[in-house]
Design a protein around this ligand. Sequence first.
Ligand code: GLA
Length: 384
Amino acid sequence: MQAQQVRDGFVELYGTEPEGVWAAPGRVNLIGEHTDYNDGFVMPFALPHTAVAAVARRTDGVLRLHSADVEGGVVELRLDDLAPDSDRNWTAYPSGVVWALCEAGHPVTGADIHLASTVPAGAGLSSSAALEVVVALALNDLYELGLKGWQLARLCQRAENVYVGAPVGIMDQTASACCEEGHALFLDTRDLSQKQIPFDLAAEGMRLLVVDTQVKHSHSEGEYGKRRAGCERGAALLGVDALRDVPYAELDAALERLGDDEEAVRLVRHIVTEDERVEKVVALLESGDTRAIGPVLIAGHASLRDDFRISCPELDLVVDTALASGALGARMTGGGFGGSAIVLAEAADVDTITKAVEEAFAAADFTAPRVFEAVPSAGARRLS
Ligand code: GLA
């Protein structure tokens, strides 16, 4: 459906058929927050929501971009003119990917691209990564570049770090490129080694809800970068390459070394305990003890709220209300300062929890949240 519409949109805009149509999903992260730029562990899974791109090659060094989701016409750029920081619009995501491909020496000579996305923007569900990855995959296929999912993810991250100017880690792009249906992706962000962990909650009578608080966030704004710089400072103080290198068993000793540097203590404690939580969740899922991940998710939220300090009243309200209404676990997901929370619940409790969260938001005078069920879905792929 979405694919056909995007294909038709392409024909209408550019007067010719695209060479193909591709999709790349948004993601939620089950556990492992802000660990990715500390060389640590993450565990995202792909959403059914996708960015879809209809694409055709060009040979004249021109890139034409259009989105069904944004007001305005076709944006035309010359590949020779693409440069970091040159674009502050939505087009920076796809054009940044083309820039990163060219910069890496790949023989891309232009493209016509029409995009449409069902990934909610600014909701902490990786709408930008989906846009980047779908363009990278389409050009990889059309120009026969032979790049693997993790390599596309690296190029997309470079586009976002250098061209867009957002200092994000590698999780979102890898999730969009590499996730598999019915699985969560256990990813070691140091070497990008991956393990697909079966994650079929429905089969066990459970559900995972995403609650989009409708509080918009942006990673190019300062707080994300501050946390990142703070973690790097913590690693330097401890004499390690990255906080991933502080073993959980040595956390107390490490915190003692940081003394009364309260900021460093908080950041280091979050990252080291969060890596441990990811490993715990993997072990529980692999041993079939799925319900036992609930308390781990709850501990993860407390750590993000109290130590890493990136939650907000709306996210805390989702978590507190869901838990008070019988959820097995709940936590904020993604970069923080707004965006979405996830709630793990027995299938039979979903309606009660949803209603309680909606009522709590109304009572607090917050914008009504958007609640939907998340089913682990496929990663980036060619549709036609
Ligand atoms: C954002 C970034 C990711 C990651 C998360 C926090 O989604 O894009 O790289 O750092 O925040 O886990």
